[in-house]
Design a protein around this ligand. Structure first.
Ligand code: PA5
Length: 447
């Protein structure tokens, strides 16, 4: 298949040979088979494997709902946290205008995010903006009981009601949640809000190709059909393909686990464009929450170059040798800017005159990879032709399936997140939530 993302291991080969990686990937074909057979840990949560095809029947409904919100409002607040927000934000920010979301695709609809923090100032500023805006809300929570989005929704639902009245609010809120259970489901049904369902067998961080990601992405005017098509093409390449040389998901999972065995505890996702900032955030959640358990897993970090070459670049070049990098290398930018000539050349940049910024950026990328190699840092490259819906769809599925394989290589359950409960329990206790008072008293002694 042409036009497909490729995995380039050349700059990791001094650390893990290609033969070794291929052999390791060969051994772990069985993990891919376990995923497909649904016989491994967490097998109740494998619905994401076929989401690129399964979502097709809902695309018309999603587009219709998106068009409705766009026709009645100019702003949509997406409320959610973790897997219920990062995927949509990753795609939206990768394709949005960097400075004015209003210019995005020349369509005047802005997406704002709430419920992913409990910062009072952030919230107050959001309300200040919403006082002036004609807005709608998409509230997303699989459990329907997560504190951060629940607080955000309580505040914004009341704000909206006050602004446009109860009847109009009904038209402006869409809830995405469980088909039957949870507080959000009851609330949505009681208020007759339109709803979409998060499938039972899809966990939050694997849900971007369900209505969780697709609806907010469609509301911002992006092409969700192309996103699903990219994911579907990647499903064809990776899901049933046991040939290591043509299945990049097997190779990526093998390479990163071999590097871990060699003492590389931290994987840094690198982008050479700020547009991939939230994509790396999405990836960090996917891999961190999937792998970090039972005292195992690679710690996922991210940097944005060339910006961070002037901050974290020093550590990567010369600090503790526990790192490896995974660079998302983008061939073609969407726009063109060239360096102009200058008559006096006082800044001595005329050697770049007439050349595109992307040429400068690509040489910065190659130069950085080689410098980091010289500094004893292995580099894996994921190469894509461009940042658009189609290739982002490929990336999403590729990284999800690699994560499932990699989790099984680590012998953990990549589809649960028991560790997330610890902070929640303490927070409830410290807030004197009914039933938690005794724990709260004990905890306060430690502060
Ligand atoms: O990946 C996950 O399961 C989590 O990150 C959840 O998405 C996150 O905790 C939000 O949960 P919920 O959608 O139930 O509000």
């Amino acid at each position: 298949m042409e036009n497909v993302l490729t995995l380039n291991l050349k700059n990791a080969e001094a650390f893990i040979s290609l033969e070794e990686t291929i052999a390791f990937a060969g051994q772990s074909v069985r993990h891919l088979e376990t995923l497909n057979a649904g016989t491994g840990a967490g097998s109740d949560f494998l619905g994401w494997l076929t989401l690129p095809s399964d979502i097709q029947v809902q695309i018309d409904k999603i587009e219709k709902a998106a068009a409705r919100l766009r026709s009645i409002t100019d702003t949509t607040v997406v409320i959610g946290i973790g897997g219920s927000y990062l995927g949509a934000r990753a795609i939206n920010e990768a394709l949005a205008h960097s400075f004015s979301p209003y210019l995005k695709q020349k369509q005047a609809h802005e997406i704002l995010f709430a419920g992913q923090n409990i910062c009072e100032d952030y919230f107050s500023e959001l309300i200040e903006i919403l006082d002036e805006r004609n807005y709608s809300i998409i509230v997303i929570s699989k459990s329907g009981t997560t504190t951060e989005p629940a607080i955000a929704f309580r505040i914004l639902e009341q704000h909206l009601e006050k602004k446009v009245g109860k009847k109009e609010t009904e038209q402006r809120i869409i809830a995405i949640t469980d088909e039957q259970k949870g507080a959000l489901r009851s609330l949505a049904d009681a208020n007759k809000y339109e709803t979409f369902v998060i499938p039972d067998n899809v966990g939050g961080r694997y849900s971007v190709l369900s209505p969780v990601g697709m609806l907010p992405i469609a509301v911002s005017g992006l092409n969700i059909r192309a996103l699903a098509e990219g994911a579907r093409d990647m499903e064809l390449i990776t899901r049933k393909n046991k040939d290591i040389t043509t299945n990049p998901a097997l190779l990526y999972a093998a390479a990163r686990n071999l590097l871990l065995k060699g003492g590389r505890l931290v994987e840094i996702m690198v982008g050479f464009t700020p547009k991939l900032y939230f994509f790396a955030e999405w990836w960090k959640q996917l891999y961190g929450e999937s792998e970090g358990k039972d005292g195992r897993g690679i710690f996922p970090a991210s940097v944005n170059f060339t910006t961070d070459l002037h901050s974290l670049g020093q550590y990567i070049q010369e600090g503790q040798r526990i790192l490896f990098e995974t660079v998302i290398s983008v061939k073609n930018p969407a726009r063109t800017v060239t360096v102009p000539a200058s008559q006096d050349d006082s800044d001595q940049l005329n050697y770049l005159a007439g050349r595109r910024l992307s040429e400068v950026n690509h040489n910065a990328e190659d130069g950085t990879i080689l410098a980091h190699n010289d500094g004893n840092v292995p580099v894996i490259k994921i190469e894509i032709p461009a940042i658009d819906e189609y290739y982002l769809g490929q990336m999403i599925y590729f990284l999800e399936i690699s994560c499932g394989i990699s989790g099984y290589m680590l012998d953990i359950n990549p589809f649960d997140q028991p560790g997330v409960e610890a902070y929640k329990k303490n927070m409830f206790a410290l807030l004197n939530k009914p039933g938690y008072e005794e724990v709260g008293r004990e905890l306060r002694k430690r502060l």
